[in-house]
Write a protein that binds this ligand. Structure first.
Ligand code: SF4
Length: 403
């Protein structure tokens, strides 16, 4: 949507005081849509309290391979993201906005540059903006990795600074906010917190974008109200094409829920927590009964192990052992203690990295162990099943995806 169309649809951002804007963002209770679900107001307050002029980074890297919601927003509604960034910059007191986009997402990069060219208020004045191409990778879009990319040219997560809100880019307070998150800020700035809270739950107000993949009639990106049941999303997606064995909720660092109980699960972090899941990056993958969640998990575990930035022993060694263990189970060549080994490696990896990458993998494996014990034991004994030969619905980059 170009800028004139955008203005016709949404009207210009209202001219409100910074105090009003901060108040509305706090009251709205916007939570991050990049995976962590952290309250935006907490980050905003930290940046506002910190010493120095802040930098604002809009994170459009979308490192989760199954997610396409940020790409969709960046390419279809770039001006909504830019509006949200301008409002958030005003609230934070930032004079500089960086739109961080995966260097391989050439379409999003092009569209954002084209959209910024149509916004003279971001050129040469008090507020400047630029598009920054970042390396691809699961962990390179993390907050500390984006700071390290800017400061040292290496997009790897770091243990220090722990909080980029006080010491980030160029040692200045840095507010990193997901692209979808700032699109919601643009709506809060226009319509206010009360309007925003009319849908969703008390803890997670508003709507969110989810990427639905797998054995559904119409895979794609859907906007849902937080707290609405998975069943209504499946209906919007044209229903399931086959009987569903299980849903992977939250992407590669997510958790499995069985296909029978999942449709009733409310799509919010609180609603999903009963099943040990979180909405995370908003990915929902439906694995049919003719597929194999064990093989899907093994593929994901290997890819995630390869995504380690190689800095922390428990992550490098732990995730490699987990990936080898899962591969051994799928191949039928695992030791009799294979499931116990997986549990032990998860315990040894969890919380032991400079970032949460090993925690995400450990969470996925523990969820697999809990839901698919019998399937894991059967694979460990007899090797690959028929479902292992079916195309993947949660395919890792470089492999074919059945959609
Ligand atoms: S935990 Fe893993 S991905 Fe995170 S910084 Fe350490 S080695 Fe890198």
């Amino acid at each position: 949507m170009d800028h004139p169309d955008h203005l016709r649809t949404h009207r210009p951002l209202p001219d409100v005081s910074t105090r009003t804007l901060v108040h509305e963002i706090r009251q709205a209770g916007v939570r991050g849509r990049g995976g962590g679900g952290f309250p935006l107001a907490v980050k905003l307050d930290a940046v506002r309290r910190a010493r120095g002029t802040p930098t604002l980074v809009i994170n459009g890297c979308e490192g989760e391979p199954l997610s396409s919601k940020d790409h969709l927003l960046l390419t279809r509604l770039p001006h909504l993201i830019i509006d949200g960034a301008i409002a958030l910059a005003q609230a934070a007191g930032a004079h500089e906005i960086r739109f961080a986009i995966d260097g391989h997402d050439l379409v999003a990069d092009d569209v954002m540059r084209w959209a910024l060219d149509a916004r003279p208020e971001l050129r040469g004045g008090r507020l400047r903006a630029e598009v920054v191409a970042t390396p691809s990778g699961y962990v390179s879009g993390q907050e500390t990795a984006l700071v390290a990319w800017h400061d040292h040219g290496v997009a790897t997560p770091t243990a220090s600074p722990r909080r980029v809100t006080t010491r980030g880019i160029d040692r200045r307070p840095t507010l990193v906010s997901n692209a979808e998150t700032v699109a919601h800020v643009a709506l809060v700035a226009r319509h206010g917190a009360r309007w925003y809270r009319e849908v969703g739950t008390a803890e997670q107000p508003g709507t969110t974008l989810v990427t639905l993949v797998g054995a559904v009639a119409q895979p794609g990106v859907y906007e849902i109200e937080y707290g609405s049941p998975l069943r209504s999303l499946l209906r919007a997606g044209g229903g399931c094409r086959e009987e569903i064995d299980a849903f992977l909720i939250g992407g590669y660092a997510g958790a499995w829920i069985d296909g029978v109980t999942a449709p009733d699960a409310p799509l919010s972090d609180a609603g999903l927590s009963r099943a040990g899941a979180r909405l995370g990056t908003g990915v929902i993958a439906a694995v049919p009964a003719s597929g194999c969640p064990v093989a899907e998990t093994a593929r994901i575990a290997r890819w995630m192990a390869d995504q380690s930035s190689g800095q922390c022993g428990p992550c490098v060694n732990g995730l490699a052992s987990i990936a080898d263990g899962m591969a051994g189970i799928v191949a039928g060549s695992a030791s009799p203690d294979a499931l116990g080994d997986l549990e032990r490696w998860c315990a040894l990896s969890r919380g032991r990295g400079a970032c949460a990458h090993p925690d995400g993998v450990a969470g996925l494996i523990m969820s697999t162990l809990a839901l698919f014990t019998a399937d894991l034991l059967e694979h460990a004994r007899y090797g690959r099943c028929e479902g292992c030969e079916r195309p993947s619905v949660a395919a890792v980059p470089g492999a074919g995806v059945r959609r």
